[in-house]
Ligand binder design. Sequence first.
Ligand SMILES: [Zn+2]
Length: 110
Amino acid sequence: MTKTSEATRSNAAKTTAMRTASKATSRAPGGFCRLTLTINGDNYSVRPLPADFVGIRAFRLTKRDGEAHDVARHAHGAECTCGDRVFRRDGIDPKGCKHIRAARAVGLID
Ligand SMILES: [Zn+2]
């Protein structure tokens, strides 16, 4: 087998793989999806909140036990409704609580 035929076969395999991936992607909007954010081993489901509800961008992070915190990006910074942010970090730590740091790390807020 020549190098040219190997390259042709390789390109054919890539094209088939791309078509397969394209079909899978095109089916995704009709399927079910969810966003889970893992913070220090705890999984939080992430749901967007209406932007006018609390800020420019806002998300509700809910753990399996039902504990939920709202993380929002306002014009003046990021906020979270958790006790750590409200009682220990508000006005002291600009990096925020673990929820804000995680939301920033994955690009949910800036
Ligand atoms: Zn928090």
